[in-house]
Design a protein around this ligand. Sequence first.
Ligand code: GDP
Length: 480
Amino acid sequence: KGRSYTKTAEAIDNLLGGLLSPNFDEQSCQSRYQSSAYRKPSPHKPSSYLLSRLRNYEELHKRCGPKSPLYQKSIHQLKSGHSMGLMECNYLVWSPFNGLGNRMMTIASAFVYALLTNRVLLLHITEDMLDLFCEPFPDSTWVLPSDFPVKDLEKLNLGSEQTYGNYLKNKKIKTDVKVMAESLPPYVYLHLEHDYQHLDRLFFCDNDQQVLAKVNWLLIKSDIYFVPGLFFLSLFEDELKWMFPERETVFHHLSRYLFHPTNSVWGMITRYYISYMAKADEKMGIQIRTFSWMPISIENFANQILACSWQENLLPSINQNMTQAGTNGGRTKAVLITSLNSEYCEKMKSMYYEHTTSTGEIISFSQPSHEETQHTEKQTHNQKALAEMFLLSYCDVLVTSGWSTFGYVAQGIASLKPWILLSSKDQKAPNPPCRRAMSMEPCFHAPPSYDCKANKNVDFGAILRHVKHCEDVGNGIKLY
Ligand code: GDP
């Protein structure tokens, strides 16, 4: 089986229409070359402009990346206590926050911002993130060196004096006068977490971006997919249009460009896929995630999932009459369940074991792991999460849980519009139980509402042409 996958991988375009650079060693990161053999080719081609921007970015990253003389020069500038005009390399340093799905949302968002502002993206990789992703940029690294002079990056928060908002509040940065780079601090921390306030949200204004462009080092911590907000800025409008003529493919292309599981994680993915999914005629993924602030019992949520699957014809209904044994020529459907909890899978497996289906199809249910509770601080736990996001992305249809970035990653890499399970009300399943997503893009959960040009609050989801309110998060917006 393994060999036939490799053959198919060779036969099809395994560099995704030029999205991926050919300048890598295949053995060091097998998923980069093999992943495309596990799914149908994407119907979305990256624009030639995006491809040329990526190749230029790779050159920039190589020239300015860690260990380069230009990186050393920028580190000197950082230690000097202020920004400097005309530096050849400028940087965006990302730090992790929240679960892996959230982290992947923000790495992708930070990368779009880095492309738009010609900055080099470096990641502060904590122990829990080791051996997850291959290097995405050839002949360099995206890992921030451990001797980076700003320490305790994880501790930066809303109240830190280096946030953009606090620099504005304390008049250390002024946007109403012409600013010289030398009058600006050596770095600014962009606090784009869900609790961010008005002054930090000015990040999404043209004026503020013109000032931030003069700061050589930007540090960023976020847990939201903020790409739709970059579309608010006139400064970035043309570039975004050229790079992504199909707006709803931003995360799709960039997640396939950036995120390649390392060989250890790829081993988990392929072992599971070949054992439980490969032979089925159809593959369905159900991503089950509940949140403590939106409680619902396992029984109610399982019923909601079944109601959605039956109503939308994703799963055949079951015959209460046990005597029938028809199997419709043995057509099989493999349902991959991902969840922290094992009860959902067990319930559905028993149901379809004890009864025949209305179509005669044979439905199998399997679940790679059940970790019980979230442990983002544990590296092996994160490896499983990544493996499961990829396994979901190899399905033909997806049912995902509203509000969950874990599901957003899977749908984006897959280029699927999932059926989204909507939030419970008073601990009960809502009616309808799910809605089909209008686009495969992730939802921006906490968009700003301040219209910088008009100087008033507005509802961007209602007035802008290219974004709409999300199906799952009322105040959120997504590109479509
Ligand atoms: P979100 O909180 O649903 O937006 O997604 P995140 O990925 O940011 O955080 C949830 C974390 O909980 C994941 O990264 C995993 O660590 C864990 N988790 C949640 N659901 C699953 C699951 O179905 N499988 C596995 N292996 N881990 C999960």
